[in-house]
Write a protein that binds this ligand. Structure first.
Ligand code: ADP
Ligand code: MG
Length: 338
């Protein structure tokens, strides 16, 4: 497994806002964690919690009304926040690549598969001859399980699963070190999704690539990821190995989230847990811990002071007062004694 010496991306105090008529939406707030080289890390959380915003911020792809208002992203040791437009164009594609739910939005409908891939190579490596590029593409496409004859197809001739593999191919053909898959399997049917997921894992093993898997599908993360980061209302509530976080969730939000996932055993008697309340409005997020209004374990300190993301057990970071000390917390504990 990856260890601390193997950090590919260091995210520090990242904040992203969207300016709206009703005020600034704080979509990613003070997020700090590391992504290890060669891991598959899942980013999960309810819709609207800031997952896509986070993924786009890693590529510096936030556009107005959005803005990265604070923080640093160190990729392979380089601060992405200092990159020029030219450096960013090279960075996107050659070092980091993103696949979305609907690949048709990223593929050009009048360009054949081979043209997409050749262009990707030529943009980043202008000296490569077309025939050389084609050779690389033919080799790669077979490893992705796409027949060579498909190279002359247009995107709309391909199935959804195949289009996603072409998107993966666009990252691999340039040896990107990180692929961000944002709900990339969500629109596929279950079998195709399972195939793509297996393939992502094989690709990681074969190419040693790092994958950030953004999804609301917790079962998917349980199946393929090494670690998982749980996001709530723009903040990271918990990070740890999939095994730990799924079997023994520590943060009250993660505990609720796990209870709300259907178990693999089909049990008619079992009623799924529904977390009380709604995610907060991110223009006016609750003070202190953003989860406190919905938290079953809320303490007085939670509504006043924000906890930090701290190590609660080896390799497990939790953003919750239940696992951290504070002078005010002690004082309150004394007060509530009978
Ligand atoms: N272009 C935008 N303008 C204003 N608010 C936005 C914009 N894009 C996203 N948001 C808001 O930012 C928050 C996070 O959104 P998003 O990153 O898409 O969440 P997720 O991917 O987890 O569903 C949401 O509250 C969403 O409404
Ligand atoms: Mg999203």
């Amino acid at each position: 497994m990856a260890d601390q010496k193997n950090v590919l991306v260091e995210i520090r105090n990242l904040c992203v806002n969207y300016e709206t008529r009703l005020g600034a939406v704080s979509a990613v707030d003070d997020v700090s964690f590391d992504i290890y080289r060669g891991e598959i890390i899942g980013l999960v959380g309810e819709s609207g919690c800031g997952k896509s915003t986070f993924g786009k911020a890693l590529m510096r792809m936030i556009t107005p009304p959005g803005e990265i208002v604070n923080g640093h992203i160190f990729f392979d040791g380089e601060d992405v926040m200092t990159f020029s437009e030219e450096r960013l164009r090279d960075f996107r594609g050659r070092q980091i690549s993103m696949i979305f739910q609907d690949p048709m939005t990223s593929l050009n409908p009048v360009q054949r598969v081979d043209q997409h891939l050749v262009e990707a190579i030529k943009v980043h490596e202008p000296k490569t001859a077309t025939e050389q590029a084609m050779e690389r593409i033919r080799e790669l496409i077979e490893r992705l399980g796409i027949q060579k004859r498909r190279l002359t197809d247009y995107p709309h001739h391909l199935s959804g699963g195949m289009r996603q593999r072409v998107m993966v191919g666009l990252g691999l053909v340039l040896n990107a070190s990180l692929i961000i898959a944002d709900e990339a399997t969500t629109s596929l049917d279950v079998i195709v999704e399972a195939n793509l997921v297996d393939q992502l894992r094989e690709i990681r093993d074969e190419f040693g690539i790092t994958i950030l898997l953004i999804t609301h599908n917790i079962a998917l993360v349980a199946e393929i990821a090494d670690r998982v980061a749980v996001m709530y209302a723009g903040r990271i509530s918990e990070i740890g190995s999939v095994e730990n976080v799924f079997h023994e969730p520590l943060h009250p939000y993660t505990r609720g989230l796990m209870k709300s996932v259907p178990s693999i055993r089909i049990d008619d008697e079992e009623e799924l847990y529904k977390m009380p309340g709604e995610p907060p409005n991110l223009t006016h997020p609750p003070k202190g811990c953003r989860f406190h209004p919905r938290c079953p374990d809320v303490m007085p300190i939670c509504g006043r002071i924000e906890p930090t993301l701290e190590e609660a057990a080896p390799g497990r970071l939790v953003h919750c007062w239940l696992f951290q000390d504070h002078p005010e917390k002690e004082a309150e504990a004394v007060k509530v004694q009978p």
